[in-house]
Design a protein around this ligand. Sequence first.
Ligand SMILES: CC(=O)SCCNC(=O)CCNC(=O)[C@H](O)C(C)(C)COP(=O)(O)OP(=O)(O)OC[C@H]1O[C@@H](n2cnc3c(N)ncnc32)[C@H](O)[C@@H]1OP(=O)(O)O
Ligand SMILES: O=CC(=O)O
Ligand SMILES: [Mg+2]
Length: 364
Amino acid sequence: MPSSSRSAKDFFRPLAVGAPTPPTEIPARPSRAIHFFDPSNAKMAAKIPQMVGSVDVLLGNLEDAVKADNKEAAREGLVKIAQETDFGPTQLWTRINALDSPWVLDDLTTLVPAIGHKLDVIMVPKVQGAEDIHYVDRLLAQLEAKAGLEKPILVHAILETARGVANVEEICGASPRMQGLSLGPADLAADRRMKTTRVGGGHPGYLVRQDPDGSGEEAINGARTTYQQDLWHYTIARMVDACAMHGIYPYYGPFGDIADVVACEDQFRNAFLLGCVGTWSLHPKQIAIANRVFSPSVEDVTHARRVVAAMGDGTGAVMLDGKMEDDASLKQCLVMVELAEELAAIDPDLKKQYDAITLPGEDA
Ligand SMILES: CC(=O)SCCNC(=O)CCNC(=O)[C@H](O)C(C)(C)COP(=O)(O)OP(=O)(O)OC[C@H]1O[C@@H](n2cnc3c(N)ncnc32)[C@H](O)[C@@H]1OP(=O)(O)O
Ligand SMILES: O=CC(=O)O
Ligand SMILES: [Mg+2]
């Protein structure tokens, strides 16, 4: 039973007469990169139609990073772009302003009637608890009913306050519209009073140091290897569990050091390995990084397919390359194979690479 004040029998009922029926399952649509753009920035906005098809999600950002004086222009700009663009296979998302801001009500009451039929997901920032999702859920149902929408708009929460992290499970289970969660490391760091000044990524001061080679002062002050740690491990791990428990999807968030494409790739990969399905892209050059990292490698898909083939009916244990494989490793391999199939369906380059895989005993 979802963690909600609604009873199980009411959970999937529309919250307004005439609103579309909420989904009982959230589709696993590829969303490796959620690419942010400011619809009030003419140069950026002009690039959006050409980006369709090259990125899984285009997100018109209305919140932080849009100047207060441009909030209305951003909202109107998004309406125009959405109305004039055929998004084909690319999803259209928006990030609305915070629920306590002076702009959010107009965001929702403008966007849903104007472009609700094109909006796949609304990202809600600074979500503190289930009550925030309940508010958006009801308002969306009312607006969808009024606009005559047939498909419910999904909701994505950014986890970027200490209270939000403490309430992560109830947020994920607050509505059948919940599509997923993103980490908001910049706001979260501020809210937690962390002593960082960056937008995501690691910090050279957050480390562990190799033990001294002996007990004297010389050993203590001598050369000792240090290992930088991931500041976001705890929060991402909590997000992944909460999302998996509720059948929704976790994402890393922003990586603000646009020039450092290497550390960006590392941060994205940590999130991918822990269970995230995608990340944000703030600059066009981060899209290729996200697409690469959040697509299983040909080597991993090859191995996964070999395990699937070796495991026959999926039970028991077999040896492959000197390693034991059984029902549980098979399940991990199926995650990889299914993801590869989903991505191949929308990415012709990946499809070519995955289709070229041949297993021992198969014809090339
Ligand atoms: C903590 C958070 O809330 S994170 C989420 C909020 N932040 C954002 O959404 C930031 C989005 N990104 C941006 O605003 C910009 O990319 C910035 C400010 C980071 C860098 O912008 P610039 O200094 O203009 O980058 P740069 O000069 O490399 O841009 C190259 C080209 O790409 C365009 N471009 C830059 N970012 C984007 C983008 N996100 N989408 C589309 N086009 C973009 C620029 O307009 C420029 O176009 P041009 O060649 O026609 O002049
Ligand atoms: O909104 C994102 C963040 O890091 O804050
Ligand atoms: Mg934020």
